[in-house]
Design a protein around this ligand. Sequence first.
Ligand code: FAD
Length: 325
Amino acid sequence: MATHHTRMLIIGSGPAGLSAAIYGARAAMEPIVVQGLQPGGQLTITTDVENYPGFRDVVQGPWLMEEMQAQAEHVGTRMMWDTITDIDIAGGSPFRAVGDSGDEYIGETLVIATGAQAKWLGVPGEQELGGKGVSACATCDGFFYRGKKVAVIGGGNTAVEEALYLTNHSDDVTLIHRRDELRSERILQERVFGNDKISTLWNKTVERFIGDPLQGGLTALELNDTVTGEVSTFPVEGAFVAIGHAPATGLFKGKLEMDDSGYLTVEPGTPKTAIPGVFACGDVMDHTYRQAVTAAGTGCMAALDAERFLATLEFAKKEAREAAE
Ligand SMILES: Cc1cc2nc3c(=O)[nH]c(=O)nc-3n(C[C@H](O)[C@H](O)[C@H](O)COP(=O)(O)OP(=O)(O)OC[C@H]3O[C@@H](n4cnc5c(N)ncnc54)[C@H](O)[C@@H]3O)c2cc1C
């Protein structure tokens, strides 16, 4: 078991963590990135990425993340195969984290980039047809379903926003909800009900995603009527599961401020948490945009603020030393 010291400890290796690492390394912060159970983050479980700036052609999610990691390492980042299981931040900088390996990480600044995971229904066919007709992100994948018949599953704000977004690409969007009314804000509901590209199916749960991942992908949904018990087949080429996201913040419960859904709270317009020297970036603090490019952007902000924090801290220490002499 070893102890690793760094000026910038980054938890998470998605676009937010790796962007923070690139900026931190270039500012001579010698960052350490603890990768967690999903090295590269959420983009490693998707295929086509068409909206990350800099690439004219479609790129593959796992490839994009390998490139980000290679760039981070090239400028001096140390990548650690470990998952943080305990953290001590209450006492201020330096912050101490313990990994699953038993190793200890001491960071003069701490960047939290642990991301979030889409919630899935957990029914047959969902995993197999992921990226082949089944998605959890209309902003990411809606474009691939231009002119096709699509469905959105859910009844909250996310589902309604996804359905509205999909009308940019499809004239045939069906919102499927297990209850007979939506939970989303009234204004969003009015936009849905007033949009003739969106129809609704009430009291229906999706029991199965039907299709062949190797031949054409998703073709239909098996639905169950929660009132009558009737089982039906609903033909569709794209299905967007929109039942919410779970931010990976269990580690920080009782240690950092969070909103009701568990997202870390930051000072508006910054990645600063309430504890000086601790920064949060990417999906772990953003339930609105949830994109690779926004995660990368806030990762950059976290690194720049971490560097400023350290500079101020070092200046204060120097002044205190001089005053004591
Ligand atoms: C199927 C799918 C397709 C998508 N397609 C697109 C797209 O086309 N374009 C787009 O812009 N966005 C897309 N997104 C969204 C995009 O992937 C996310 O917005 C982005 O990955 C968020 O980056 P992040 O760095 O904040 O977090 P994440 O990518 O979620 O990474 C979180 C990281 O934290 C690590 N971690 C968590 N807990 C710990 C711990 N305790 N210790 C150490 N490490 C930990 C994980 O291992 C992981 O490396 C897609 C998402 C999904 C799920």
